[in-house]
Ligand binder design. Structure first.
Ligand code: CA2
Length: 146
C-alpha cells in the first residue's frame, strides 16, 4: 500500500520558529517518525513539501493510480485553495486533512477549510501526533476489516 504525505507552505520551517504554536520537531523529524510507523504497517510513505500551490497540485496529479491514500497538511492553502481541493477531487484518492494546531481555536480565517468537506476525516490540534493519528485514521478507512 502507498500513502502520500503532503505538506504545504512554511511547514519546512517547523522546529525553527513559532515553536510555541507548532512545537519543536522539524519536518524531517516528523517525516522520519511517520515513515517508521508506516513501515510497521507495511505501508510505503512518500513525502513531499512545497511552498508553491501549483507544485502541490502537480504532486497530487502524479499520485493518480499510484497512491491508495493521501495525508495532507496544506498549511495556509487549506483556507484559500480551490485548486488543491479540485486536484484532490480530480484524482479521487481518499485523503485525511491534518493540522498541528487546533485551527478552530485560532483566528476566524483559519476556521474554514476548502478541503475538509471531501476528506475522509480531519485531525487537528495534537502537534506532531496529528500526523500519526491521521495515518491511523486513513489506514482504518482503507483497511476496514484489519
Ligand atoms: O496547524 C497547522 O498545521 C497549520 O496547517 C499550519 C499553517 C497554518 O496556516 C494553518 O492555519 C494551520 C502554517 C504553517 C506555518 O508553519 C510555520 C512553522 C514554523 C515557523 C513559521 C511557520
Amino acid at each position: 500500500m502507498h500513502v502520500l504525505l503532503l505538506n504545504g507552505p512554511n511547514l519546512n520551517l517547523l522546529g525553527q520558529r513559532e515553536t510555541g504554536i507548532y512545537g519543536h520537531s522539524s519536518l524531517a523529524d516528523i517525516e522520519a517518525a511517520l515513515s517508521r510507523e508506516a513501515e510497521q504497517e507495511s505501508v510505503q510513505l512518500d513525502c513531499f513539501q512545497s511552498n508553491f500551490e501549483g507544485a502541490l497540485v502537480d504532486r497530487i496529479h502524479r499520485a493518480m493510480g499510484r497512491c491508495d491514500g493521501i495525508l495532507i497538511n496544506a498549511g495556509a492553502y487549506t483556507h484559500t485553495s480551490i485548486a488543491i481541493r479540485d486536484a484532490l477531487a480530480g484524482v479521487a484518492i481518499p485523503y485525511v486533512e491534518l493540522h498541528l494546531s487546533n485551527t478552530h481555536a485560532r483566528e476566524k480565517f483559519r476556521h474554514h477549510s476548502f478541503l475538509a468537506e471531501r476528506a475522509v476525516g480531519v485531525i487537528c490540534g495534537f502537534g506532531p501526533a496529528s500526523y500519526s493519528l491521521a495515518l491511523k485514521g486513513l489506514l482504518s478507512y482503507l483497511r476496514p476489516n484489519a
